[in-house]
Design a protein around this ligand. Structure first.
Ligand code: BES
Ligand code: MN
Ligand code: ZN
Length: 487
């Protein structure tokens, strides 16, 4: 699919289908739209009336245009209240689906500008088209026919070619994250995930360091290795680095939880606990490597480290016993009172590693707790940070990228719940505030760098179509991270 940002007015455009986005307040045809309707002998007005189109978010209608018109069909889609950038993603996704259904090849898109920000508008529209039409057919023996769409012209957005280019790169990273998360644990495991990082490093000239088990032992990564010890597959500590030419404006680290499968360990996940969905427990690593793919193509003047301690949480005679005491690479000791709280153990050593890099900020992403799903529901990630500036930067990246965050408290007194009789801390507190105590646990492993934690357990996956991400893996985090790195 080729996107073009062109100045052409919608009255002058010719092609298969003209797709027009209207907000709830704007279904009356005025100005250019009135002129278009006149030119089309009332077809637009008729379409709106006959389908009782009210501009509602997610709604859309299509009709054929009679006579030798320069356009064959017209699509109208609703932007609802036209407030958030996601309203544009949703509108564009509806256009894409209708254009595909109508077997169109060329689409002319007419949308208002979001928030006086033409570049973000273009990004939302490109993402709406690309990410809705992307289909993951890797594991099907027969492929569904793809879309016939070839050209998407963004009308009135002349000069926004860079925004198009940028969003296509972000989309390629989002699609990588989706594919990594959607791949089952017998396809993406610690070895194959490390191989993915290796081929990315080669393709995009990134620096790659993979710490093998022995290297991790030398660094004293007892928490990460404790989790890894029951797996038949070797753990891989992956560290990819993007370095710009010249002196970087700043240095950042992104750390992703990389559990290619989480059985729970001896605190085994039982029926109803979603054990069969735990291939997505590397969603943080997926977002991290997806962001690496986008950033390597975008080439900002920022140095970025992409880190994941990759393993699977399994059971065997070598498994951690509940009650074992582990020592992390900063010397702190942890009583593992629940082997299913494994993500924070792997992140502990990854955060200690990132903290030593001398970067200006660290953001970690993790499918960390069911408690965060309960707290914030299906589409919102939790954000914790002791650093207000970093939290603000992430929240504004969230506005533009449409990936939702909600800031949660780092309530220090709750750490009382994690006190252990014999070790420095336990790895779980009580059920109450489970996502908060998890964040407080992570905080013990960051000493000096501004840090933020994102619990993405909910939005990494969607069972219900939200209108612009397909069901399944969403690639959550890539759009947000790239926006944050570039800002
Ligand atoms: N990977 C899970 C968290 C999770 C749950 C992600 C549901 C996505 C959907 C994590 O390792 C885990 O098992 N967390 C436990 C923590 C508990 C033992 C304190 C949980 O949330 O139940
Ligand atoms: Mn777990
Ligand atoms: Zn887990």
């Amino acid at each position: 699919m080729k996107f073009n940002a062109i100045e052409t007015a919608l009255l002058d455009w010719s092609g298969d289908v003209l797709a027009i986005a209207l907000s709830e307040e704007n279904v009356e045809l005025t100005g250019e739209l009135a002129k278009l309707d006149e030119k089309l002998a009332g077809t637009l007005k008729e379409l709106i009336e006959e389908t009782e189109f009210e501009g509602k978010l997610g709604s859309g209608a299509v009709t054929r245009v009679g006579g030798g018109s320069a356009v064959r069909k017209i699509i109208v889609v609703g932007l609802g209240k036209a407030a958030r950038s996601n309203d544009w993603r949703r509108g564009a996704a509806t256009m894409a689906r209708l254009a595909k259904q109508e077997k169109c090849q060329t689409v002319g898109v007419s949308v208002p500008v979001w928030n006086d920000d033409a570049a973000s508008t273009v990004r939302a529209v490109v993402e709406g088209f690309e990410l809705t039409l992307h289909q993951d057919t890797r594991f099907k023996s027969e492929n569904d026919k793809g879309s016939s769409l070839e050209t998407v012209d963004l009308l009135g957005f002349g000069g926004q070619d860079e925004a198009i280019d940028k969003s296509l790169k972000i989309c390629s990273g989002t699609i990588l994250a989706r594919e990594l998360v959607a791949a089952p644990a017998n396809v993406i495991d610690p070895v194959t995930l490390a191989e993915t990082a290796q081929s990315m490093a080669t393709e995009y000239s990134l620096d790659l360091e993979i710490l093998e088990k022995e290297d991790c032992e030398k660094l004293g990564m007892g928490a990460f290795l404790g989790v890894a010890q029951a797996s038949d597959l070797p753990p891989k500590f992956v560290h990819l680095t993007y370095k710009p030419q010249g002196t970087p404006r700043k240095k950042l680290a992104i750390v992703g939880k990389g559990l290619t499968f989480d059985s729970g360990g001896l605190n085994l996940k039982t029926g109803g606990s979603g054990i069969e969905t735990m291939k997505m427990d590397m969603g943080g690593a997926g977002a991290t490597f997806g962001a690496a793919k986008a950033i390597a193509q975008l080439k900002p003047d920022v140095e970025v480290h992409f880190i994941s301690a990759v393993t699977e949480n399994m059971i065997s005679g070598r498994a951690m016993h509940p009650g074992d005491i582990l020592t992390a690479s900063n010397g702190k000791t942890i009583e593992v009172n629940n082997t299913d709280a494994e993500g924070r153990l792997t992140l502990a050593d990854a955060l200690v590693f990132a903290d030593k890099l001398g970067v200006d900020a660290i953001v970690d992403l993790a499918t960390l707790t069911g408690a965060c799903v309960v707290a914030l529901g299906n589409s919102i990630a939790g954000l914790w940070s002791p650093d207000d500036d970093l939290a603000k930067a992430l929240l504004s990246a969230s506005e533009r990228s449409g990936e939702k965050l909600w800031q949660m408290p780092l309530e220090d007194p709750y750490f009382e719940l994690m006190k252990s009789l014999h070790a420095d801390m336990k790895n779980t507190g009580s059920r109450a505030g489970g996502a908060i105590t998890a964040a407080l646990f992570l905080k013990q492993f960051v000493e000096k760098t501004p840090w933020a934690h994102l619990d993405i357990a909910a939005p990494v996956w969607t069972d219900k179509d939200n209108g612009y991400d397909n069901t399944g893996a969403t690639g959550f985090g890539v759009r947000l991270l790239v926006d944050w790195v570039l800002s």
